[in-house]
Unconditional design. Structure first.
Length: 41
């Protein structure tokens, strides 16, 4: 069970790094389109 928790943490950190690779929020929204409309625009 602990192994699953460690695996989740590793996958989560990798995903965070992948998202963090795009510094601009607008650029991030362009690459990863959200199903919800952007309320800020």
């Amino acid at each position: 069970m602990k192994f699953l928790l460690y695996l989740l943490v590793i996958v989560g950190s990798l995903f965070a790094l992948q998202v963090g690779a795009v510094p601009d929020p607008d650029e991030r929204m362009h690459h990863y389109p959200s199903p919800q409309p952007d309320a800020g625009k």
